[in-house]
Design a protein around this ligand. Structure first.
Ligand code: IMP
Ligand code: MG
Length: 177
């Protein structure tokens, strides 16, 4: 059996919870009268999105899009494709993208461009985590939870090769991956 990589706690579930509540309060201030459409990028955002929406007690709609950029390893392929598209119409709506992590920025920049062409009334990005040291494409994050170091993170919906999404805390993965 190959050795399992080691996990180190980065953000405990209580810290995540406090941050999600803080983000929800900011989002509520800007969107409570706008019936926004929240678009989660699958799969990494599912846990964050569910927790966030539990604190958004005003009318909104939810949709998901599945994009592929990462293969099975750690490095982005740099190309993004829509693997599973949206059902909602975007035109004239207030759109808030929900992402787990902005790394090189390729995925978020692609989706912003893709949605902008559909003429939303507004379009903004909420990311739970940001790894600015890795940025290759400039991206504005309008609502940000945590800035993370240049390490691979997992947990709270975020995976390494489909593993570790179930962890309630966010951890860094150490060792040879
Ligand atoms: P980007 O296109 O390079 O910004 O990467 C965005 C996507 O890559 C994210 O939505 C994640 O799914 C994945 N990703 C980037 N960094 C990490 C990480 O540290 N852990 C797990 N997934 C990551
Ligand atoms: Mg993702």
């Amino acid at each position: 059996m190959s050795p399992q990589p080691k996990l180190h706690l980065l953000f405990h579930r209580d810290e995540i919870d406090a941050t999600v509540r803080k983000l929800a309060a900011q989002i509520k201030q800007d969107y409570h009268h706008k019936s926004p459409l929240l678009i989660g990028i699958l799969k990494g955002s599912f846990m964050f999105m569910a927790d966030l929406i539990r604190h958004l007690d005003f009318p909104l709609e939810v949709d998901f899009i599945r994009l592929s950029s990462y293969g099975s390893g750690r490095e982005s392929s740099g190309r993004v494709k829509v693997v599973q598209g949206l059902r909602s119409s975007i035109k004239g709506r207030h759109i808030l993208i929900i992402e787990d992590i902005v790394d090189t920025g390729t995925t978020a920049a692609f989706l912003i461009d893709y949605l902008q062409k559909k003429k939303p009334a507004s379009l903004r990005l909420c990311a739970l985590t940001d790894k600015p040291s890795r940025r290759q494409v400039p991206v504005t994050i309008d609502f940000l939870g945590f800035t993370v170091p240049d390490k691979f993170i997992v947990g709270y919906g975020i995976d390494w090769d489909e593993q570790f999404r179930y962890l309630p805390d966010i951890c860094t993965l150490e060792g040879d991956l």
